[in-house]
Design a protein around this ligand. Structure first.
Ligand code: ADP
Length: 368
């Protein structure tokens, strides 16, 4: 600044050129407003004033080309920013033209274009596999529905012929009773037993398929009240087995009350049924609040289960003990699993043979 003032003064002093002075000031003023197009007139006298104007003109040219370059770069940077913004919206289609400058910005642009091509192809692969997955899910849901429908229809329709078989067997026994020898009576007895057992299985299958296909009715349910109902439903076996059942304060959850009752009833029923003969049966039901879920547990001090059977017992009709010792069809835990899944939860167990078992299941908190 000082130097500029000095030069201006010198121009003014030496040549007294007011006009020259105005021109120089005008050029400088325009430069400060980023207008670098202005050029001063060179008189041709080759004096200091001409030298200053020539210098200013050269400076103007230089600044003009630099500002053009800066503007160009600003445009390219804006384009890069826009493209990055598109990427955050998962749109990788935009490609930025590469200039002939071959500068650092071009290197960035080339990198971005390559990245976008890669992401674009990954996205299209992802979309393809998503569509395939969606198709498979729909197919699976359809085949599940068909299977559920089949289980329902089969179990429903099998009831009638089975009823006929068992009642005619019983009639046969009644009519021919005195004429039948011991073996024949025993065979008829086996056949009647078998058909009664089949009847239980068909009934359980029917209930199971109703759980699968029936609409869920979610409502706010006081789990404490629900457990009181469970105890009431099982009161005969509770008093017969002299089992003690304890539980603490329970939450109120948004669940399918009937199905959740069934889940608890199956677990408590099993804890009673598979009690140990060596000690009084004790069952404890607990609810723990975890960050994302409610964790329920039903603990017993019964006969326990070997680790190798942990998976098997959740399958339909799978049992570990003889039907004479412990009645049942082996569908209860399969039902529990379906009900837990219906509530977006999981079910599993920990057990020690001869000491007892704990069955756990979760209900996510967002169902509240
Ligand atoms: P069910 O009770 O009709 O046999 P479940 O599906 O409820 O059928 O149970 C499957 C099998 O898992 C039972 O037959 C039994 O062998 C085992 N089981 C279930 N609960 C317990 C338990 N609390 N203690 C020991 N064994 C159990």
């Amino acid at each position: 600044m000082d130097q500029t003032v000095f030069v201006i003064m010198k121009v003014n002093g030496t040549y007294g050129g007011e006009e020259m002075m105005d021109e120089v000031l005008d050029i400088i003023a325009k430069f400060t407003r980023s207008d670098f197009k202005v050029r001063g007139r060179v008189s041709g006298r080759r004096d200091e004033a001409d030298a200053i104007i020539t210098g200013l003109n050269a400076l103007g040219e230089e600044l003009e080309s630099r500002s053009f370059y800066l503007l160009e770069n600003e445009k390219r940077i804006n384009e890069i920013m826009d493209t990055l913004l598109q990427y955050t919206l998962m749109d990788f289609s935009k490609k930025i033209p590469v200039s002939e400058k071959g500068d650092e910005l071009d290197a960035i642009i080339v990198g971005l274009n390559t990245l976008s091509e890669e992401l674009e192809s990954n996205m299209s692969q992802l979309k393809e596999s998503e569509a395939a997955l969606q198709k498979k899910t729909v197919e699976l849901a359809r085949s599940n529905r068909e299977l559920e429908q089949f289980a329902y229809v089969a179990s429903h329709d099998l009831q009638e012929p089975l009823r006929m078989v068992s009642s005619f067997l019983q009639l046969l026994e009644k009519h021919l009773g005195s004429n039948l020898d011991r073996d024949a009576k025993e065979y008829i007895g086996f056949a009647v037993d078998g058909s009664l057992r089949m009847k239980d299985m068909i009934n359980d299958l029917l209930t199971y398929s109703r759980i699968l296909s029936g609409n869920a009715k979610f409502e706010n349910t006081d789990i404490g009240e629900l457990l009181a109902d469970v105890k009431d439903n099982l009161k005969e076996s509770i008093s017969e087995s002299k089992v003690t059942i304890g539980y603490e304060t329970m939450p109120t959850l948004f669940v399918d009350r009937i199905k959740m009752t069934r889940l608890f009833q199956n677990l408590v029923g099993n804890a009673i049924k598979f009690r140990s003969k060596d000690r009084p049966a004790e069952i404890h039901i607990k609810c723990e609040q975890l960050p994302e879920t409610y964790l329920f547990s039903v603990r017993d001090n019964g006969i326990g289960i070997k680790r190798e059977y942990y998976g098997k017992i959740f399958l339909i009709f799978q049992r570990l003990n003889s039907k004479n010792e412990y009645p049942g069809t082996g569908i209860g835990l399969a039902e529990c699993q379906k009900i837990a899944e219906l509530h977006m939860g999981k079910i599993w167990l920990e057990s020690e043979e001869g000491k007892g078992s704990v069955f756990y299941f979760t209900v996510p908190k967002y169902l509240r």
